[in-house]
Design a protein around this ligand. Structure first.
Ligand code: NAI
Ligand code: MG
Length: 365
């Protein structure tokens, strides 16, 4: 099998603990199925700052750019609260997203059967849920210019952010959503607010054009983003893939995530454009949670979000769909047997630590 280059950036807090379980999994896959993973490891966030005063070094950025995929743990913590803004831990992640041009953020909301009863929604609403939110990550109101606070001189100030989307940005994000839908239930729902926003009018128009030109086999619907939020909570199983802009995606993906349980369970992927020569997309996979300083170093962090992020890596960067399915089934099987880390613990279940959870999943894989 061809070599698969992974660049690991464990980061701070529970990042290295969660990544440790993925490293065991990678070693097992290399041993048992000659998967051909070659890993290299770098520093990011506070641990990078402590070592060399930057949130990520140029040398590690080079490695991230050259790798087939980047696996990222988590960064940050009170220890680095006072460090200068440009080199704070989060700056490392922002630089990775920017330099790798990771414009598509994928956030699945999957409901593991064993955890359906602990959702804040009724069990029948979330049981079997499997949706994917595709959020535009590098444009929109978070980046548009002008972006400033101006003094109006009459005792008033004005804060300005600007929502900007160009045709190519909407084309490429909707292209990702349609392609992913083809590997799933073949349905895309695009969400914007064309009733009050010009960028929403353009968004809807370009998504429809992209659909007609290249993806007419996929079922496409449009929904106003506020109604979409309502529908996500009312009956989320009506959706397969949701595609939306940076701001709406930020909120809707957090809503969707919480339908299914704890922060310790949620994976994500961020994808860039396909390379002109190889056709391979730049990609970074990371859990949604942060560095959890309150539990770091105790060996009790839930490694499932990190392991599920690696499952996304298998699926999207290496087309190892069968292995990704098996890994997700292994996670579900361990939960079915009643094993829980502290964050998802409930009465009558068996509480285990980070390493034991990793071992149990690998044993089922
Ligand atoms: P957090 O996600 O680190 O933790 C929130 C709560 O959830 C904590 O009580 C934590 O113990 C728990 N938790 C999170 N992941 C868990 C896991 N895998 N297993 C068990 N429990 C888990 O968010 P918080 O506390 O707001 O931020 C802590 C630090 O992480 C901050 O410095 C923040 O800036 C950073 N952060 C980094 C992110 C990243 O690296 N992408 C994302 C979010 C926050
Ligand atoms: Mg958010």
């Amino acid at each position: 099998m061809a070599t698969k280059n992974l660049f690991l950036l464990p980061g701070d807090g529970i990042g290295p603990e969660a990544m440790g379980e993925v490293k065991k999994l990678i070693a097992a896959m290399n041993d048992q199925m000659s998967a051909g993973f070659v890993t290299d490891e770098g520093l990011v966030g506070g641990s990078a700052y402590d070592a060399h005063g930057q949130a990520i070094s140029d040398a590690d950025m080079e490695k991230a750019l050259a790798a087939d995929a980047v696996l990222f743990g988590a960064v940050g913590g009170p220890k680095w609260d006072g460090v200068p803004y440009e080199v704070r831990p989060e700056a490392g992640l922002l630089r990775l997203r920017k330099d790798l041009e990771l414009f598509a953020n994928l956030r699945p909301a999957i409901c593991y059967p064993a955890l359906a009863a602990s959702s804040s929604l009724k069990q029948e609403v979330v049981e079997g849920l499997d949706i994917l939110i595709v959020r535009e990550l590098t444009g929109g109101v978070y980046f548009g210019e002008p972006k400033q606070i101006i003094d109006l001189g009459n005792g008033q100030k004005r804060g300005i952010d600007t929502q900007v989307y160009d045709t190519f940005e909407i084309e490429r994000i909707s292209g990702v959503a349609f392609e992913l839908a083809r590997t799933r239930a073949n349905k895309v729902c695009s969400m914007e607010k064309n009733n009050v926003m010009k960028s929403g009018v353009l968004w809807k128009e370009v998504v429809a054009q992209t659909h007609k030109a290249s993806y007419a086999d996929v079922e496409l619907t449009h929904m106003l983003a506020d109604a979409g939020g309502m529908q996500l909570v009312r009956w989320p199983k009506q959706f397969d893939v949701i595609v939306t802009d940076n701001l709406f995606g930020d909120m809707l993906s957090d809503v969707a995530a919480m339908l299914t349980g704890s922060l310790g369970m949620l994976p994500s992927a961020s994808l860039g454009a396909p390379d002109a020569r190889t056709g391979k997309r730049k990609a970074l996979y990371e859990p949604v949670h942060g560095s959890a300083p309150d539990i770091a170093g105790k060996g009790i962090a839930n490694p499932i979000a990190m392991i599920a992020s690696f499952a996304m890596c298998l699926r999207y960067s290496f087309n190892m769909v069968a292995e990704a399915d098996r890994l997700e089934k292994a996670i579900a099987a361990v939960l079915d047997e009643g094993y829980r880390t502290g964050d998802i613990m409930s009465e009558g279940k068996t509480e285990i630590g980070t390493a034991a959870m990793g071992d149990a999943i690998i044993a089922k894989f």
